[in-house]
Design a protein around this ligand. Structure first.
Ligand SMILES: [Zn+2]
Length: 88
């Protein structure tokens, strides 16, 4: 543990690591084929390739990245944990 959010570089490294871990974790936990065909946010179709890559996916690429940016900018890691538990 790098001790946190005092330096931008360290924060970014930590976020990257956490996102990767979260993706791995999500992939290992969620069953295949449970994702949405259309984005929960904007109702765009989610490409099949994305749904196959991320079982349980609920957002299109652009909404997902917007969400991740917001969470990174405004609330950081703890909020994402909350959101994740709400989704379950
Ligand atoms: Zn969307």
């Amino acid at each position: 543990m790098a001790g946190g959010w005092t330096r931008d570089g360290a924060v970014q490294d930590q976020i990257d690591a956490n996102v990767e871990d979260a993706v791995k974790l999500a992939r290992s936990r969620l069953p295949d084929g449970e994702g949405l065909t259309h984005c929960e946010e904007c109702e765009s179709a989610i490409p099949v390739a994305r749904r196959e890559a991320i079982p349980g996916v609920r957002l299109c690429v652009s909404c997902q990245s917007k969400l991740e940016k917001q969470q990174t900018t405004f609330t950081g890691i703890n909020r994402r944990g909350n959101k994740d538990s709400q989704l379950r």
